[in-house]
Design a protein around this ligand. Sequence first.
Ligand code: HEC
Length: 620
Amino acid sequence: MTVSRKTTACAFYLFFGYAMIGMMLTARPLSAQTVSGADVYQQRCAQCHENAAANRAPSRDTLQRMTVSRILRTLDFGLMMGVAYPLRREEREAVANYLGTKGSEPGPPASAYCSAGRHPLSGEAAGNWNGWSPLPANTRFQPSGGITRAQIPRLKLKWAYGFAGDVTAFAAPTVLDGTIFVGSAGGVVQALEAKTGCLHWTFQANGPVRSAIVAVANGSDYSLLFGDQIGWFYSLEAKTGRLIWKKRVDEHEGTRLTGSPAVYEGVVFIGAASWEETRSIEPHYSCCTFRGSVTALRVADGSPVWKTYTINPPKKRDVNKAGAQQWGPSGAPVWSAPTLDPKRGAIYVTTGDNYSSPATATSDAVMALDIATGKIQWFEQTTPNDAYTSACRNHGPNCPEEDGPDYDFGSSALLLPLPGGKDILVAGQKSGVVYGLDPDQKGKILWQTRVGQGGKNGGVQWGMASDGQAVFAAASDLVGVLNSGGAVGGAKFDPAKGGGLTALRPADGGKIWFAAPPPCDPPRPGCSPAQSQAVTAIPGVVFSGSVDGHLRAFAAEDGKVLWDVDTAKSYSTVNAVEAKGGSLDGAGPVVASGMLFVNSGYPRNGGMPGNVLLAFAPEE
Ligand code: HEC
């Protein structure tokens, strides 16, 4: 495909640069062919871990008693993820293998498993939540989850499940016939009984799994489809957790699958994003070559149907100040779940920023693809000239001349019917603006409404919801002070700035109400009123989680708080793992099987770490 219009666009997800990253910028790059774990250790780890007492870091000796997989997990989504941002996959694996022991970690205790005779998919089929949204238009509206508005004030914790060894709990649960399928930062996918949290089976993926799992009927079973954070895509048997097939979705080393897949008539659609935006902190990284894409595979065997890139292939550009070859264009990743529109034969995706110059016309855009062929039908860019990498935080050599503003779309477009028979696409951006677009006029912008200030961690981050009457848009607008600590999470945020939930009319974007968030009480490290988490709706009620750790239920008609629970505390868990909650961010709560499920713990942007899945039900 060719993308011709010129101009630009943007990047995502950045964080508070850790002071320690600065210390490492002098390291030379290691070539992919000759990665030696000992070299990576010397260049990237030794300055802290060889001088353990001075740095509060475990000594090399201690690291050598950990398993390879635990060390990898620490680099991927644990305490060392800030240190590891510039490290390529081969470097992570090399240093983990150099340091760690070969053995496997102890699995869950026998007591965590369901008793004999209790099987997956044997509960009621009513009130399922399959994939990113129970209805296909990505509205995150659950019409029949088995919890009524009258029961909301009586929601109480039923059980908690801990993710062993993790400091992040960010995965989107899928609930099917009384069984929860949920990934984790450690890459373990688990099937749990919804009522009790007992474990049916686990599956170890290659990388962290945060995308929602989509279940597709397959004879007397279901196939479970999902991607991981290092670019692998899987199909599992729902009853057993056995692998049916797995595939790399894109050849690029930095590929990262964050958005949930969508399925239509035997084909699964997968958006791809990447780690290049953070890899570029390293001045010698040859920035950047990743291209956002949507890949269509046959559900049956993973064979290819089509693949469409959001931008043209990168060409050689100048050499940066550190002497590294630059490439462009790059970026325009797809962070979120595609939205299906069978009526128009289309699927819609939203894109993030470019990573390098030249900026393109398809970054920070809403894009329609032909569902059968992948051909781009139209695209509408909302922020031109947005090229950005994490290097821009310190004006590093890999910051492109556009230097942001880093206004990715991180969330899916919602497709909503309007009175009178027309449909509208509603998309929320990190800029803080929500757009109404006409799917029958090549995405023409019909209205735009500001719901937040916007920023690198601003505006609409992971998702809005709609009950058809209103669109519920939560704003992040996280305001932080640079994180000076060595460990992940616990950044200093402004305890009174950020957040807010706005209800908009789908037809014209007019504001129906705004609910201002309370400040952090008490102010503490990692706490912010930012509402980054994806929003969820049921009839009469909207749920929005906050970086302050609270999950709140709001009345759909006026935004009054109906229920408020603080998840940032310690839990005793059904699987006997020590667990605590933290910031709510990423995937939102899920209402199904008469219960509400939410993951708590998200230190990636400096929030409070946590490793727990919580299940609430109305007290009788
Ligand atoms: C800037 C200093 C610094 C650098 C560089 C650094 N570490 Fe660490 N590391 C720490 C500190 C401090 C801790 C303890 C954090 C805590 O417990 O809060 C730690 C903890 C760890 C742990 C234990 C995590 C756990 O879950 O208990 C592992 C494993 C680890 N580091 C591996 C590495 C590897 C591998 C590298 C190099 C790629 C590296 N570190 C580079 C400072 C550093």
